[in-house]
Design a protein around this ligand. Structure first.
Ligand code: F3S
Length: 373
């Protein structure tokens, strides 16, 4: 792979962390036949919950030195940093999670602890990024028109410390063309779940049968990236690049619906983390009624801090608005029997990863389940 003089110096210089980062980037680039590296505007780092990375991952992180040279944000941790006891997290997990966060703090990473970096530091059309959170990757590529491959924790960290990522895949315009047209009806998040499973790594051009909101597009993208390897989609008349390519002639139809398998004792919303608009919608749907079951809404501490009045009103109705974490990456979910979600991604990973049964409904159905005695 071609390296500039500056990149050669980073690889062969005295800074051991930078040299190791360059080795990671070169190995990833060569595996994907990248001819060179490209400078990136920001990095988003996954692999933050101690539940995901364990002692081995933590030791690797603690071996890193230095400071990031581009804006770098962080995915959710395994607990709300303030309300971890209330979530049922034990002292040992708390202490390990804090060790993880200390590493990132020392590296100069923004301890944003959210999977929606596009609400915190929105990229612009055409920006090259090194993002490692599949829903954020799909959102950046599809809805904003920025460019990132599906990075992993180590490559995103290497990018944050060097400002570069291998140039291949979705960084190159012609690789962003759709290969199949999909007509979508029914529940959008469930449709994303089914499309990801069906199409694996194809980029689809989606034709929705009705107007869809930004929140639905976010749920859709998260779901296709969870069950498949897709890192972007186009949506006719919606996303910024759909007109740049020919409409694929091969067409399939998907109707989104998922089974509700159990009666929930925990209802969770916020996969991906909720926006201000979604918090407002939940408050409206609650319509002054108290939650009768555990109802957890996940968001970023930034969105919470910017909307204290909405959060206060939801909490007064018995809804727990939790920051920094989510139902999938926190071990707190394990103590429940049946968890209800409105997210195709959460439906997929809770089934795979946590020892709970999972029930599915749209946002309105989740709220109704929460207020039902
Ligand atoms: Fe975010 Fe957790 Fe879902 S990290 S996209 S809320 S699985």
């Amino acid at each position: 792979m071609y390296l500039t003089r500056e990149e050669e110096e980073m690889l062969n210089g005295d800074d051991e962390t930078i040299s190791r980062c360059m080795e990671i980037l070169i190995a990833a680039g060569e595996a994907n036949e990248a001819e060179r590296l490209v400078k990136v505007k920001s990095a988003h780092i996954s692999g933050v919950s101690f539940d995901n990375i364990g002692e081995g991952g933590l030791e690797w992180l603690e071996s890193l030195r230095g400071r990031v040279i581009i804006p770098a944000t962080l995915n959710p941790a395994g607990m709300d940093l303030n309300r971890w006891r209330e979530m049922g997290i034990d002292d040992e997990f708390y202490n390990n999670q804090i060790r993880v966060l200390r590493v990132f703090e020392n590296l100069g990473v923004d301890i944003s602890l959210s999977c929606t970096p596009y609400y915190l530091n929105p990229p612009e059309f055409g920006d090259h990024l090194a993002w490692a959170e599949s829903n954020a990757i799909v959102y950046a590529n599809s809805i904003i028109g920025a460019r990132t491959n599906r990075e992993c924790g180590p490559t995103a960290i290497a990018a944050a410390l060097t400002g570069r990522i291998p140039y291949y895949g979705l960084h190159i315009k012609e690789n962003r063309a759709p290969s199949i047209t999909v007509k979508v009806s029914g529940n959008i998040a469930a449709a994303g779940y089914l499309i990801g499973r069906e199409l694996k790594d194809h980029i689809p051009l989606i034709i929705f049968d009705r107007n869809v909101s930004e929140a639905e597009l976010k749920l859709f993208g998260a779901a296709i990236a969870a069950t498949g390897n897709t890192a972007m989609f186009h949506a006719k008349d919606i996303t910024p690049e759909w007109k740049d390519f020919e409409i694929p002639s091969e067409t399939i139809e998907i109707h989104g619906s998922l089974e509700s398998a159990c009666d929930p004792d925990l209802i969770t919303v916020g996969c991906p983390h909720t926006s201000k608009e979604e918090l407002e919608t939940i408050l409206k749907l609650m319509d002054g009624r108290m939650a009768k079951k555990e109802f957890w809404v996940f968001t970023s501490r930034k969105v919470s801090a910017e909307n204290p009045e909405i959060v206060r009103k939801l909490e007064a109705l018995g809804v727990k608005v939790l920051n920094d974490t989510c139902m999938v990456v926190s071990p707190a979910t394990d103590r429940f029997r049946c968890v209800m979600v409105n997210s195709g991604k959460a439906f997929h990973y809770l089934t795979l990863k946590r020892s709970v049964e999972v029930s599915f409904g749209d946002l309105k159905e989740c709220v109704e389940a929460a207020v039902k005695p």
